[in-house]
Design a protein around this ligand. Structure first.
Ligand SMILES: Cc1ncc(COP(=O)(O)O)c(C=O)c1O
Length: 379
């Protein structure tokens, strides 16, 4: 029996011909025809008209942080249960991540705790839609409005997922996506996008992304020569990646549909274990339409979770844990602080394990995974 990997990159079959066409175009750097096509497609999917492809979600977050003009000591409220880039993007600008607790059911930031963490230095709220499940965007938007804060949606995992009828990433001031090969949609390994939902940032966003020059405006005929006008860096996605991405964006409906079918299959197969109290599974709030980015289960505690991971490994199944809370890491202690009580973040992160889930996972593989989990609890 072959091993069960946690992830295989999504492949829909049309990537090769798209990439071959991009090579044939002999226009390989950023902002060529495939970038235009993928950006337009992403705009249609998300409903956000201002899309910039980047070469990672990390870069999109860094670009958003530059646009916010943060000064050292400014604060950004965020969950501690997230990937390091959510925090690092702001730390690079001298800002302080202020971590607040998560809701255990979704592992998303607990919106009810955000307002108490606001100080006169707070500039933004960075939310993470964990597993492609929406944060409480209505409540979060209202807090941001009351205090004049920007909202950055780290939608790295959230392509084709919604809060009510709005696509995630298109709701806050900025939204960021990842097209890394572990995500539902990949641009060929690494890639990302920034949605600029507040038009006041749009012109500057294009300048900062183009090394601080107004080259994009020049190419559109809006200025008659281009020069260095602001801070900036090189954030563009290469054409080969944009071509790869276009193939997958065209197949997005099918990608999401097959992932959701696999996610629901796990739910059904796990039901007896959940009912017996052996395991817990995540919650999907009524306002969220998710994209089955990942399926996690929670063991009773960290020791049991680690034993389960080892048991599955023995059975040839890779089922990893996920984020180690940032406030407990050396970088988190050095650059950030936790506001309020850590009632759930550390405890819940320690007992969470992700099950193999990828485009094309079959019924037999999922049954094997759940049978191995059941045998752990029966042992
Ligand atoms: C929540 C979150 N934000 C940001 C990132 C960074 O994405 P990228 O690898 O595209 O830079 C990840 C990557 O897994 C992530 O999970």
């Amino acid at each position: 029996m072959s091993d069960v990997r946690f992830n295989w990159p999504t492949l829909v079959g049309t990537e090769r011909e798209h990439v071959a066409e991009a090579i044939g175009n002999q226009s390989l750097s950023g902002d060529g025809p495939w970038t235009v096509r993928s950006s337009e497609r992403l705009a249609a999917i998300t409903g956000s008209s201002r899309v910039l492809l980047t070469s990672s979600c990390t870069q999109a977050l860094e670009l958003a942080a530059i646009l916010l003009d943060l000064t050292p000591g400014d604060e950004v409220i965020m969950p501690s249960y997230t990937f390091v880039s959510t925090a690092n993007a702001f730390v690079l600008r001298g800002a302080v991540p202020v971590f607040v607790d998560v809701e255990p059911g979704t592992m998303n930031i607990d919106a009810a705790l955000i307002e108490a963490a606001v100080t006169e230095r707070t500039r933004a709220i960075a939310v993470v839609h964990y597993a492609g499940v929406a944060c409480a965007m209505g409540e979060i938007g209202a807090i941001a409005e009351r205090h004049g804060l920007a909202v950055v949606e780290d939608a790295a995992q959230a392509i084709d997922a919604r809060y009510e009828d709005r696509h995630l990433g298109a709701i806050g001031t900025f939204g960021t996506f990842s097209f890394h090969d572990t995500k539902n949609v990949t641009s060929g390994g690494e890639g990302g996008a920034l949605l600029v939902n507040d038009e006041r940032y749009w012109d500057r966003a294009r300048i900062v992304r183009e090394k601080g020059t107004n080259r994009s405006l020049f190419l559109e005929g809006l200025v008659d020569k281009y020069s260095w006008v602001d801070v900036g860096s090189s954030f563009l996605m290469a054409e080969l990646n944009a071509a790869f991405l276009a193939a997958q964006l065209d197949a997005l409906d099918a990608i999401t549909r097959t992932r959701l079918a696999a996610w629901r299959r796990y739910r059904a197969l796990l039901e007896p274990l959940v009912r017996s109290g052996a395991l817990e599974v995540g919650e999907i709030p009524p306002y969220a339409t998710h994209n089955a980015h990942l399926h996690f289960v929670k063991a009773r505690d960290g020791a049991e979770r680690n034993a389960l991971i080892a048991w599955l490994r023995e059975a040839g199944i890779t089922a990893p844990f996920h984020y180690v809370p940032l406030h407990s890491a050396p970088g988190g202690r050095k650059f950030g602080r936790f506001h309020g009580e850590d009632a759930w973040t550390t405890r819940e992160a320690a007992r969470l394990v992700r099950l193999p889930l990828f485009h094309g996972i079959d019924d037999e593989t999922q049954r094997r995974v759940v049978a191995a989990i059941a045998s752990f609890y029966a042992s």
